[in-house]
Design a protein around this ligand. Structure first.
Ligand code: LLP
Length: 426
């Protein structure tokens, strides 16, 4: 459930009409709802009840400082994949002791910084990474807490670009090799085994793949136990899907209940701390992208609604053919309805936000692209020299700009003209 609703024909974020934000802040503009983020985070926390757990929000989904600040205040930990994300978490007041570090290409300097601030755990994705981490930790006179990210080879039944737990994916250590790598870890001086980790994909709409993965991880834990290797936590990654259209993904409550039920049948399961790395299920439906109709361009085979946000602002429709609802922010004016492709200003045929959408709109109208709180702004670029949008956080009847719209001169900040003044071509 979220806090974007129509009241008397006008779309609101909590108690603020989106038309007001667009008028005052301009478009395109991302708008997040604090109450929705809070609700989604708490759904996880409450679902896990008294079982020891830590919810490490996946920073990649939406890394705005205000979002991180809010989640840190709610008690979240964080799943990071770069030193940039680590610094964001710290800048937002997050607790480094609740940070887990995922990612296949961790560099030495990133490892060193993470060790320096004392993160909770490194989710190690390969044997050479484990060896490198041990060397870096030893050099710094410390010991790195590690989990191995294993690839359980389960089909998450999701889009090929966002499925990560299959053999052919680059992520994690194949479950059959994991035992040997754990044995190696036990002998390396710079690392200490604390956990076991997996992440099988994103936008999962069924529980079965999660439960299959859990079963495979528990089998591995038993084999580790036989070899005297015990872990404190089991990290099941992120991946719970959200309704974009008519999907009915399981709620955190059902997800947690099924996991806890399996774990209860496993010896020592009640002591095993559970970690989760949800991104989308916390942020996606807590945000919208506001965009204004610049032109309506009727055609023989297609009508186009050309809007001021493009694939550089929200790339999910272009990149994954993702469907996100597009709604008029004010339905009171009487308009003729037609079927439109909602397209952006970028010079690419693939620049669209939605196709074949029935909309009753006119030039100048405001549209809200829903479910844009995750993998929205974070994937925005400056392609076509377009400044990235502003970001706004609504809290009940107020709002705050939590990131200013980029200015035109921001576009070439850090660039320079040539140093010499030679004329060319003479
Ligand atoms: N943990 C790890 C190690 C991950 O790789 C991811 C996402 C997450 C957690 C969070 O997963 P979530 O709960 O958000 O499903 N850009 C794509 C999604 C890419 C997800 C990558 N990994 C999209 O817009 O659909």
């Amino acid at each position: 459930m979220d806090h974007f609703d129509y009241r008397d024909g006008v779309l609101y974020a909590e108690q603020v009409p989106l038309t007001r934000i667009a008028d005052e802040v301009g478009t395109p503009c991302y708008v997040y709802s604090r109450a929705t983020l809070t609700r989604h985070f708490r759904a996880y926390a409450e679902a896990l009840g008294g079982h020891p757990h830590l919810i490490c929000y996946a920073v990649k989904a939406n890394s705005n400082l205000a979002v991180l600040d809010l989640l840190a205040r709610l008690g979240a930990g964080f799943d990071i994949v770069s030193v940039g994300e680590l610094e964001r978490v710290l800048a937002a007041g997050g607790d480094p002791a609740k940070v887990v570090f995922s990612g296949v290409a961790k560099q030495e300097a990133e490892m060193a910084r993470a060790l320096d601030v004392g993160i909770k755990c490194f989710n190690v994705e390969s044997r050479p990474e484990l060896e490198r981490l041990s060397r870096v930790a030893e050099r710094l006179g410390t010991v790195a807490p590690v989990s191995l990210r294993v690839n359980p080879d389960v089909d998450a039944g999701t889009h090929p670009y966002i499925s990560t737990g299959l053999k052919e994916n680059k992520f994690g250590i194949p479950v059959d090799e994991a035992l040997a790598v754990y044995e190696l870890a036990a002998t390396l001086p710079g690392v200490k085994v604390v956990g076991l980790d997996c992440h099988i994909g994103s936008q999962l709409t069924e529980l079965a793949p999660f439960l299959d993965a859990l079963d495979r991880l528990l089998l591995l834990l038993e084999r580790l136990r036989e070899r005297g290797i015990e872990v404190e936590h089991l990290d099941l990654g992120g991946g719970l899907g959200v309704p974009y259209r008519d999907e009915r993904p399981p709620q955190p409550f059902d997800y947690a209940a099924s996991l806890l039920e399996r774990l209860a049948r496993w010896e020592g399961g009640e002591r095993l701390t559970l970690l989760f790395e949800p991104g989308r299920s916390i942020a996606a439906n807590a945000g919208v992208l506001l965009t204004r109709v610049e032109y309506l361009k009727p055609g023989e085979s297609k009508n186009f609604a050309i809007v001021d946000a493009g694939m550089n602002d929200l790339i999910r429709p272009s990149l994954y053919q993702a469907w996100q609802a597009i709604l008029p922010a004010d339905t009171r004016p009487v308009r003729e309805s037609a079927i439109y492709d909602v397209v952006g200003p970028v010079c690419e045929t693939g620049d669209f936000l939605g196709k074949d959408r029935p909309l009753a709109i006119a030039e100048g109208d405001l549209l809200a692209v829903r479910s844009a709180g995750a993998y929205g702004f974070v994937m925005a670029s400056n392609y076509n020299s377009r400044p990235r949008p502003a970001e706004v956080m609504v809290d009940a009847g107020r709002y705050q700009i939590v990131r200013q719209r980029e200015t035109l001169s921001d576009l070439w900040a850090g660039e320079s003209r040539l140093l010499d003044d030679d004329a060319e071509g003479e």
